[in-house]
Design a protein around this ligand. Structure first.
Ligand SMILES: [Zn+2]
Ligand SMILES: [Zn+2]
Length: 130
């Protein structure tokens, strides 16, 4: 790795989406390190730990699923937690899985499409539910 990191300091100011080429501003409500595109939800494999940009892979990471996270402090009462959504990304090169909190301005349509994907493409016949 190079020691010239003068360019990396500004990466949190924004980036160009690796998938749909959208110019993405770095500041987003609800997250400190925006790492995925709010329009198509694609990410890029750049972090070892969130925000460090230390991973040399740099391949696109495709959104493959949603996770609903519980909160340990609140979940003991309801068993359901706070219901915070996170996106599971899979690297298209090395197949690493990462979980990223959604940002406040992520496309709700893209998030719902991701959530509904297993239902639109069931692994078993749905005839019995009609
Ligand atoms: Zn995009
Ligand atoms: Zn990778």
């Amino acid at each position: 790795m190079s020691k010239h990191d003068h360019q990396r300091r500004h990466e949190s100011d924004g980036f160009t989406c690796i998938h749909c080429k959208l110019q993405v501003p770095g500041i987003a409500w609800g997250t400190k390190h925006r790492n995925h595109c709010p329009a198509c939800l694609y990410s890029r494999h750049v972090d070892e730990t969130p925000g460090d940009r230390a991973n040399p892979c740099k391949a696109p990471m495709a959104p493959i699923a949603l996770e609903v996270r519980g909160d340990d402090h609140n979940s003991s009462r309801t068993g359901l937690g706070t219901g915070e959504w996170a996106i599971i990304h899979r690297c298209t090169a090395c197949h690493t899985l990462k979980t990223n909190r959604i940002a406040g301005d992520d496309s709700e349509r893209a998030l719902l499409a991701l959530a509904l994907r297993p239902l639109a493409n069931p692994a078993f016949p749905l005839d019995g539910f009609r």
